[in-house]
Design a protein. Sequence first.
Length: 263
Amino acid sequence: MEKIFIGLLLLYFFIIIGTYALQKYILFHPRKLNKDFKFSFRNPHEEFFLKTNQEENAINALLFKADSPAKGLVLYFHGNADNLKRWGRYHEDFTSRGYDVFMIDYRGFGKSEGALDEAGFYKDAQLAYDWILEKYNPDEIIVYGRSLGCGVATHLATKVNPRMIILETPFYDVKNLFQIRASIFFLPFDFKYNFPNHKNLQKIKEPIYIFVGTKDRVVPNQSTEKLKPFLKNGDKYIEIKGANHKNLSAFNQYHQVLDSILK
């Protein structure tokens, strides 16, 4: 019995040490792209590199235009892996509803320069918002976050005043997500990365819509459900039965809700 206890204690110790040491590699899975890589999508797009001055990292961005005069613009913050080559196709969910779409690759992703850094991601988001603000009014801008991008989206939304915020598969915060995924009830250290959606939601005055799949194993429902107490009257929490982390857009319910809020 004593050997079993010692073995479990050692296992817990190694999980704790491994989680702390490898948190960046567990959380982020970017893929770099050569600067001369040519994006290819079914619809036309414009490509930009954003920076505030010569010393700043250049942030790669794509703009997709709606066919008819746009109702507004969706500022889309993608998940923790790959780059715009993968994520660009999701513009169709919004251009088909009459909205322009602006997407960025965070620093360290795709063609964007710089090292992976939470505070840096927030700067990238603000840079993107400032760029589109020259062309769109705040009440025309919808901030959309997906998975990790929810943390970027909610942080930005505490600083600006968009029309609404849409979050697809958000989590409570990174520490909570790691605890649930690793079945660890106590982590005796602070994470280098936080993305505290629960704190950000409390500061957002604009309407919030949360999409969650009931079979999500990447961001377990247990983490997303902890955000419910921080939603205000009028905010919506939409559960899509049978959907997992990656396929919400394959379900009619997702599109029906988008139709209703993106009129």
